[in-house]
Ligand binder design. Sequence first.
Ligand SMILES: NC(=O)c1ccc[n+]([C@@H]2O[C@H](COP(=O)([O-])OP(=O)(O)OC[C@H]3O[C@@H](n4cnc5c(N)ncnc54)[C@H](OP(=O)(O)O)[C@@H]3O)[C@@H](O)[C@H]2O)c1
Length: 242
Amino acid sequence: MSSMELSGRTCLITGANRGLGLAMATEFARAGAHVILACRTPADAAAAVRSRVPGASLEEATVDLTRLGSLRGLKADILVNNAAVVSDSPEHTVTVNLLAPFLMSRLVPASVVVNVAAANHRQVSDLEAPVPEGRRESYRHTKAVLVSLTLELARRSPVLASAFCPGVMATRLLDEFRGVPGNGTAASPRDSALVAVELARSGGTGRYLEGGRDVPPSPAAADPVVAARLWDHWSRRAGLGA
Ligand SMILES: NC(=O)c1ccc[n+]([C@@H]2O[C@H](COP(=O)([O-])OP(=O)(O)OC[C@H]3O[C@@H](n4cnc5c(N)ncnc54)[C@H](OP(=O)(O)O)[C@@H]3O)[C@@H](O)[C@H]2O)c1
C-alpha cells in the first residue's frame, strides 16, 4: 500500500463538533490536513479544534444530514463519514447513518472515503430485510449496510473506500445506545481518531478494521452479490442512478 501525505490535502469530516468527529478533526489537522468541519455547529467545532491545534487549517460547513438536499456542492480529497444517531425513529436512523453517508460518498469528489462503522454490524445477518424497528436494531442494520456499500464502492470505483469500527468510546452516542449515562469505562476517542488518520494515509481500498487492525467484516456484509443489490436499492432510495 502506498503512503499518502496528508499535508495540504482537504479532509471533510461529518459530525466534527464532538465525540470521535472532533477527535478526528483534531488529529487530521495536527497531521497537516485542511479540515472541513461539516456539522450543525461548525464555529464551535473550529474553536474546539483550534484550542488543541492552534495553527489548524480549518473551514466551516454547516451541514444537517437530515436535509439530504443540502449535501450537494461539498468538495474534499478525503471524506470521513462519521456522524450517526441512535434514534427511536428508524427513518431518522436510516437518513443520518446510511442515506447521508452513501449520498456523500457518491456526490463528494473524493479520492479517499472512510466510513465509520460498528462491530455490532455482525449481529445483522439479512442486510436486505426491511430496516427493523428498535433503536439498537435499526442502528446495527444501517451500519451493516454501510459496510457492505463501502466495499461495493471500492469494487465499483477507483475511490479508495474503507470502513472501520472505532471501538467502544465514551460519547453521547454510546449513552444513547446503552440507554444509560456512561460509567466512565469506555475509551476516549483519540486512539480511534489516530486509526482513521492512519487509514486515510496508508491507502488501500475495500478494507475493514476493528481495534486498528484489518479484519474480515461479517460474511453478510462481505457478500458481493448482496452488495450489488443493496447498491441498486439504496441508490434508488437516495434518488441516484446506479
Ligand atoms: N461511541 C461508541 O462507542 C461507538 C462505537 C462504534 C461506532 N461508533 C461510531 O462512531 C461515530 C461517531 O460517534 P460518536 O461516538 O463520536 O458519537 P457522538 O459524540 O454522539 O457524535 C455524533 C455526531 O453525529 C452528529 N450528528 C447527528 N445527527 C446529525 C445531523 N442530522 N446532521 C449532522 N450531524 C449529525 C452529531 O452532531 P450534533 O452535535 O449536531 O448532534 C455528532 O457530531 C458514529 O458513526 C458511531 O456510530 C461509536
